[in-house]
Design a protein around this ligand. Sequence first.
Ligand SMILES: Nc1ncnc2c1ncn2[C@@H]1O[C@H](COP(=O)(O)OP(=O)(O)O)[C@@H](O)[C@H]1O
Ligand SMILES: [Mg+2]
Length: 486
Amino acid sequence: MIPFTIAEIARVTGAVMDGVRDPAAVVTGPAVIDSRQVVPGALFAALPGERADGHDFAAAAAAAGAVAVLAARPVGAPALIVPDVPAALGRLARSVVDRLPRLTVAGITGSAGKTTTKDLAAALIGTLGPTVAPHNSFNNEIGHPLTVLRADAATRYLVAELSARGSGHIAALCEIAPPRLGVVLCVGNAHAGVFGGMAEIAAAKSELPRALPEDGVAVLNADDPLVASMAGSTAARVVSFGRGAGADVRATDVSLDRLSRPRFMLRMPGGSAEVALRLHGEHNVMNALAAATLAGELGMEAGAIAAVLSAATPQSKWRMEVTERSDGVIIVNDAYNASPEAVVAALAAIGVMANGGRAYAVLGRMAELGERSPAFHEQAGVAAARTGLAGIIAVGAEAAPILTGARSMPGYAGELVAAQDGDDAVVALADRLRPGDVVLVKASRAAGLQTVALALAAQPPGDDPPEPPAVQSDGYPPAAPQEATR
Ligand SMILES: Nc1ncnc2c1ncn2[C@@H]1O[C@H](COP(=O)(O)OP(=O)(O)O)[C@@H](O)[C@H]1O
Ligand SMILES: [Mg+2]
């Protein structure tokens, strides 16, 4: 963070100072929303959460060295009082961007693949100069400004993940840090329930290309018609990526290794180079192409891009995390997120890994699909049955239509198991798994199925299933909603 006095923050955010003895005291950052992360010089932003209210931790934050607390009400510590703390964080973040004229901002949005692409783009762009990118999926009205606030005078690039759960959200995030480059990955059914239909989802994503300036670059998926058509709604130059012949940046000769890791020829206007990804699943070809296109626009050559992409390991957990057990069972933990398209992509990946052998899918609910949720789950079941799985274990009532869908597939001979919860699923699999089997665990994060994947991955062959381990903490309070949105 660049240093601000308390008085400057008050001016920028429109805050009223309360209990501030020295308005000239300097906040050197970081800006944090978890009092446990406060270090001397920090700005602590108090947010109300589901389980805890940040305002209750203001005194602890001050004791740990927070210079000021951004809060909605007096907190008994030096505070900047604003009606809307996230909005104030956004205004402060914008003033950071305005003070850093050499900063180039690249935004990434889309229904699936944002975090993966962000991680790849940050790895690439980080070779060009000091780069700030979000932790995890810090991609909403709280996580985005917190990310932007990490930039300082040394920062040359900001790679931002931009999520939308409604109209106007991405436009607002673009106001906080106006991007010069913007990637739209795909338009899919993630969170269809909060949007309405595909047209609304596409309109929300198009707010990124719309926000780009004339000298900017819109990086668009040529293979997704709803994204490609956004070329008509941007003032920026358009550079496309895709598998098809028409794209500016392409992947050809795509093949998958036995763990479904893609290898392909990266073809860019200036040259070509072979990429061997360490990420699992063919869908990551598009994510890699999007990141490569961004890096290419910032001056990287195909060879250097291919080298970085080929070295990049998964940075964000529970996305196609593959564990090979000593008995040869392969566990794929993709429990971070699920949407109809992501389930299909993950099923394709385990189909490859099974290599004619047995594969199981433990599928939990896909969240926020609205009234069409049962239909989406049924379709997922059809897709799962088409993959020819040895068994489908649907966890929880909301996921039960998956079994209905699978049952409707004529000729599907795999087992269908209704599990009440994760423990139930672990027990069901313990009896069934044999050396060489592949297990996919996938659901929206709210379903908590990472415990199933972690338990299975740790399970020594022949032993009773252990208690699922507790969910690891991100170090961020459960209150922070920046993880759950897109
Ligand atoms: N291009 C894609 N198409 C379909 N599914 C994808 C794609 N990219 C990623 N996924 C799946 O979507 C889930 C979320 O990936 P992630 O990179 O975290 O995206 P986001 O940040 O947009 O939620 C993962 O389970 C992954 O397997
Ligand atoms: Mg994300």
